[in-house]
Design a protein. Sequence first.
Length: 134
Amino acid sequence: SKIHKFNLQRSAFTLSLPFHEIIKRESGKKKIYKDKNKRRHPLKKLSSSDKERLALLLGKAKATYLEGSFEESLEYLMQAKEIEENSYMVNKMIGSVHFELGQDKDGLKFYKESLQNNPDQVDLEIEIKRIERK
């Protein structure tokens, strides 16, 4: 399969924060944007068991991704999306896996969804524009 290589793709999986910290920080954010087109979808309040399950799934997704088991990683990520569908990080990671699998159309779809959920991702916005110019 075609491998789509760029730094942004791996950055979704090589985060400096542990996943439970990302979940905690992401679920606590409530931003209001002046531009109505840049509103973020609200994240639902997660129970502690859902947070633990989400962290476990994301950890497994990261590990399998780094091993090159992209399809398995995608399975974990889709389960994580069922728990928190508006997570910008989950959508960004799903997009990265789709690009690794050569599924550029799906990858772009999830990147756009990630950007819609969190417009403050300048690196992702630039990457989307670069991909669309191809």
